[in-house]
Design a protein around this ligand. Structure first.
Ligand code: CMC
Length: 421
């Protein structure tokens, strides 16, 4: 059987055979035969915008692998810095490489004093921390103007180190600002998740996070580290494709992540569970989702048409955390929602299953994070993924993103003076 498709233009009878390579067909061949006829593909649901070697996702079989390594194995055995190295540089580091990498991302954690005082302090006291983070990351580009030199691999590496190192500092600073708490400098004596938790929650040097909490944080960062061409990675790539500096490109990723259909879903799940309020209200809530009055947040995925493999790991991590610090009271509502939804034809026929966000918010809440910090945590985890794709894109010397549209507006018409409208 030929691994190709043949397209015939019925207006002219001419046809073209396009080979199927790696599950895709080359749009350039289509363009050659059919100039001016565009794929109408809202949300890019059927378009592969690039080749990528970073993460493999199979939504039918529920597989997620970073550079070939199953997510389950990484969550079990790896650390977040190691996973970041794997995503960005393509291989698990040797001990020497890991030591050097950890040393770098430990010693670039500080942010400029002006930054905190002038940029963050300019916000209103109740500003959403994702607003602060997004602006903060964009603002960093003004502190590192040399980052514009994106075709120098050493320069790129330096900015990558800074971004992976500074994201937790920016995130914690956003939280402390919103609480009116004094900023805490990163303590290099700790590992990545512990350092972050201490910057967040320490008061008077007494905060020592429980090992189970550090473990949960590590797993959550790893699970969020990459997910192929998702909305925020695509936003990062779109901005990066114009050769903007990486801070500006990653700020675009943060902005895209903020929305409730993407990274904001974990916050929306907790708001939804709180609104449902009791186990007994679950059936009527599901009925309202089926009427189209709400979406079941934390359910459904563009790619996964079965249980999101990350949700399986997170559900287990949630139980581990609750075993140490007590059950989150919203857990029962979530479990019942899942049970009812998975037995209901509306969800079954649309292949809607829990995604990464369904249980992650419950853990975050139990760890003490306010809901408006949840997406910020997602952003810390996703930063290595964004950077891996940005770096890959620059190495591929890819073209600027410039999709077409199918114009459906007015035909040519003449300007109408105000008095005649
Ligand atoms: N609750 C109820 N119905 C849903 C849901 C949901 N969560 N998700 C999809 N549907 C329905 C939708 O109404 C449509 O039904 P119909 O065919 O009758 O019109 C059908 O399922 C297909 O939905 P879609 O909106 O075309 O699917 P999509 O691929 O465009 O959207 C999604 C994917 C994740 C945006 C969507 O499932 C959703 O809004 N989920 C809730 C938000 C959420 O949990 N987002 C986190 C995604 S995972 C983390 C991340 O990547 O950020």
């Amino acid at each position: 059987m030929a691994e190709s498709i043949t397209i015939t233009d019925n207006r002219t009878g001419s046809s073209i055979e396009i080979p199927i390579v790696g599950g895709g067909v080359d749009a350039a061949a289509w363009r050659k035969l059919l100039p001016g006829i565009w794929f109408h593909d809202p949300g890019l649901a059927t378009t592969a915008v690039t080749t990528s070697a970073v993460a493999e996702i199979n939504g039918e079989t529920g597989i997620l692998r970073y550079r070939g390594y199953p997510i389950e194995q990484l969550a079990e055995h790896s650390t977040f810095p190691e996973v970041a190295h794997l995503l960005i540089y393509g291989e698990l580091p040797t001990q020497n490489q890991l030591d050097e990498w950890v040393d770098l991302i430990t010693h670039h954690t500080f942010i400029h004093e002006n930054f905190r005082k002038r940029i963050y302090d300019a916000f209103h006291y109740d500003a959403h921390p994702m607003g602060l983070l997004t602006s903060g990351v964009a603002g960093l580009s003004t502190f590192y103007p040399e980052a514009k030199d994106i075709f120098d691999p050493d320069n790129r590496r330096e900015q990558i180190v800074r971004l992976v190192a500074k994201m937790p500092t920016l995130a914690a600073a956003a939280y402390r600002f919103s609480r009116g708490l004094p900023f805490i400098f990163p303590d290099n004596a700790h590992d990545y998740p512990t350092r972050f938790l201490k910057m967040m929650f320490d008061v008077g040097g007494e905060y020592e996070p429980d090992e189970a909490l550090v473990r949960a944080m590590r797993v959550l960062f790893i699970l969020h580290a990459d997910h192929g061409q998702n909305c925020s990675t695509t936003a990062t790539r779109v901005v990066g494709s114009s050769h903007a500096d990486p801070y500006t490109a990653i700020a675009a990723g943060c902005a895209a992540l903020y929305g409730p259909l993407h990274g904001g879903a974990n916050e929306a799940v907790i708001n939804m569970l709180t609104e449902i309020g009791s186990y007994d209200e679950v059936d009527s809530f599901i009925a309202s989702v089926k009427r189209g009055a709400h979406r079941l947040m934390g359910f459904g995925h563009r790619v996964y048409k079965q249980y999101d493999p990350r949700a399986v790991i997170i559900k287990k991590a949630a139980h581990d955390v609750f075993a140490v610090i007590g059950k989150n009271p919203l857990l029962d509502i979530a479990l019942k929602l899942e049970e009812v939804a998975l037995a209901d034809d509306y969800f079954v026929s649309r292949r809607l299953y829990p995604n990464v966000d369904f249980y992650s918010g419950l853990i975050y809440q139990s760890l003490g994070f306010p809901t408006n910090m949840f997406t910020v945590l997602f952003a810390i985890g996703r930063t290595p993924g964004w950077l891996a794709h940005w770096n890959e894109m620059i190495e591929q010397n890819s073209r600027i993103y410039r999709p077409r549209q199918v114009y459906v507006g007015s035909e040519r018409r003449d300007y109408v003076p105000m008095a005649d409208r």
